[in-house]
Design a protein around this ligand. Structure first.
Ligand SMILES: NC(=O)c1ccc[n+]([C@@H]2O[C@H](COP(=O)([O-])OP(=O)(O)OC[C@H]3O[C@@H](n4cnc5c(N)ncnc54)[C@H](OP(=O)(O)O)[C@@H]3O)[C@@H](O)[C@H]2O)c1
Length: 245
């Protein structure tokens, strides 16, 4: 795998939700820029497909079936990545679900709980499990994929919006806790991207005034954050949106 400038040469990246959509685009891009990449999600076939594409281009990849809502599963993902590649430098906390898409009154409590368990507690699991590995490297980057919906109130997305609002705060807290270890933690807000998650929502006015991106449109910002020279920014939110979140 050759690119003109391999900004991530020698790095190891772990990308959750790498079986499709934004996570797959980021995993492929990081590999093209020289990183060895662990591709994780629940659907093993999908992450194996991402890893196979990386291998076909001459890159190094590992596919791991992981449920980020299950801490033991996340610990196994981290441990398998370290064993395969000798360490971890970059963690992209991207796995997520779109939530119930209902007003609170009509919402299903179990769906609401699951959204929080995947999008927020799953992010906490990934950061917590990866910390020792990042600290062993003496530096590192955590990139959390957030949402503008976590910053403004929109009817009908309470579970998703609350999960992403929590993720924004987790990013800021982690940035302070991990600064002494040289680990930066930032949030990447993609804005609307056409994926399996957004298929139905994209047509609604939730995204009025926005531009509909492909997953590949998120890659330049994801690369920028992963390739920042140390110490680099931390505790910040970087957005691809076109209006106030
Ligand atoms: N698309 C947008 O417009 C948009 C905008 C802002 C933010 N985001 C955020 O971007 C991230 C990626 O979304 P996407 O649009 O690319 O969605 P997507 O195409 O549906 O991909 C979601 C990925 O997350 C994985 N995932 C879901 N639940 C999981 C779990 N419990 N454990 C491990 N992996 C899990 C999925 O695989 P499995 O189902 O096989 O596990 C899949 O690989 C999400 O955090 C989303 O909130 C998206």
């Amino acid at each position: 795998m050759q690119t003109q400038e391999q900004q991530l040469r020698g790095k190891v990246a772990l990308v959750t939700g790498a079986g499709r959509g934004i996570g797959r685009a980021i995993a492929l891009a990081y590999a093209r820029h020289g990183a060895a990449v662990c591709c994780a999600a629940r659907s093993l076939g999908q992450v194996e497909e991402t890893a196979a594409r990386i291998a076909a281009e001459g890159g190094r990849a590992l596919a791991v079936s992981t449920d980020v809502a299950d801490f033991a599963s996340v610990e196994r993902m981290v441990s398998e990545t370290e064993q395969a590649f000798g360490g971890i430098d970059i963690v992209v906390i991207n796995a997520g679900v779109g939530g119930g898409q209902q007003p609170v009154e009509a919402s299903d409590p179990q769906t609401w709980r699951t959204t929080i368990e995947v999008n927020l507690i799953g992010a906490y699991h990934c950061a917590k499990a990866a910390m020792p590995a990042l600290k062993r490297r003496g530096a590192g980057k955590i990139i959390a994929v957030g949402s503008g919906l976590g910053q403004r109130g929109v009817a009908g997305v309470s579970d998703y919006a609350c999960s992403k609002a929590g993720l924004a705060m987790l990013t800021r807290v982690l940035a302070q806790e991990l600064a002494p270890a040289g680990i930066s933690v930032n949030q990447l807000i993609p804005g609307p991207v056409v994926t399996q998650m957004t298929g139905a929502r994209m047509a609604r006015d939730t995204f009025a005034g926005e531009w509909a991106k492909s997953p590949e449109d998120v890659v330049p910002l994801a690369l920028f954050l992963a390739a920042q020279p140390e110490p680099g920014p931390s505790g910040q939110s970087f957005s691809l949106m076109r209006r106030d979140a």
